[in-house]
Design a protein. Sequence first.
Length: 202
Amino acid sequence: MFLDIEADRYFCLSPAAEQSFARLIDGAPIVAENEAVLANLARHGPLTDGSHGVAIAPCLATVATRTDLPGLAIPPRPAQLMLAAGSLALAPLRLRLFGLAGVIRALQIRKARATSPEPHDRRLTTTAAAFAQLRYVATAHDRCLTRSIALASRLFAQGLTAELILGVQLRPFAAHAWVQAGDRLLNDRVDVVRDFTPILVV
């Protein structure tokens, strides 16, 4: 399963392309038939000609082992709720204006300026609590991407690092998005995200 960020779509390879791609990943000998398929993938699919020297590697994400669905011990202040609501309102607008690729690039730039928070940083909890309080503004199931983009953006704006993760599952196909800091989920539950394989980590 691949995610074409520029086109904002998921796609799978054909059986022949998948076999050739697997041989490339495994470092197995590439025969003429594989070369033709891989050349086609380089022209139209997820491969490049290798001139940039970037190795193909699987998407790696920290396995989430605990859930921090806040609003339990540290209620958010009104100002935090307003900032969260503003971020929620802007997220779908940014997706429409700049597309998924543009939003991800902006998040990567903002994240690069942030610093790693302490494991029990109060700002992580209170920010996530504000979004949890607003969970009925847009349901978590139908709007997981925009809600997660909004939360990640708000955390980065405070100089806090976290990970926006997009995951997929097959048979049946489904996609999901969530935010975590280390192994700590900030807007979802472990029993939900464990069914999804990460395909992108921002």
